[in-house]
Design a protein around this ligand. Structure first.
Ligand code: SF4
Ligand code: SF4
Length: 135
């Protein structure tokens, strides 16, 4: 048996598609939804834990790719270098858990590590390289 924790990103034309149902029925996978959200850019975002026979997990991931769902594995952790951060708020718009938020009093970005699920979505979007993946 194989277990994977993955982040799925859907274009908005796939939001209605019963993807988790297909993973369960067609690929015999155990699927646990860890997080689900529509991002401000109208993308769907799901964080899933999936478990099953290795070949079924691979076939399920191939199915997702073929229908246009982007997948990426969850990373271990991220590091926020606050000395590089310019508080541009780009990470706030993509963070699905509000781990990054704006303090309305100071208008500065704050990071709550306890809310971070290590999906990695903020890392590539940071223009100042203030975020890095820890593996
Ligand atoms: S995207 Fe980078 S620079 Fe902008 S607020 Fe987030 S961590 Fe700071
Ligand atoms: S990795 Fe970044 S985007 Fe993902 S939950 Fe943590 S802070 Fe938010």
């Amino acid at each position: 048996m194989t277990k994977k924790r993955i982040v799925l990103r859907f274009p908005n034309d796939l939001l209605e598609k019963p993807v988790t149902y297909h993973l369960i029925r067609d690929f015999d996978l155990v699927v646990n939804i860890l997080k689900a959200k529509i991002t401000p850019r109208e993308e769907g975002l799901l964080v899933l834990a999936i478990e099953g026979e290795r070949k079924n997990v691979e076939a399920g991931l191939e199915y997702l790719k073929n229908i246009g769902v982007q997948t990426q594995p969850l990373i271990e952790d991220i590091n926020w270098d606050s000395t590089r951060c310019t508080h541009c708020t780009a990470c706030v718009t993509v963070c699905p858990t509000n781990a990054f938020r704006i303090d309305r009093n100071t208008m500065r970005v704050e990071f709550d590590r306890n809310k971070c699920i290590a999906c990695g979505l903020c890392v590539d979007i940071c223009p100042y390289h203030a975020l890095e993946i820890i593996v």
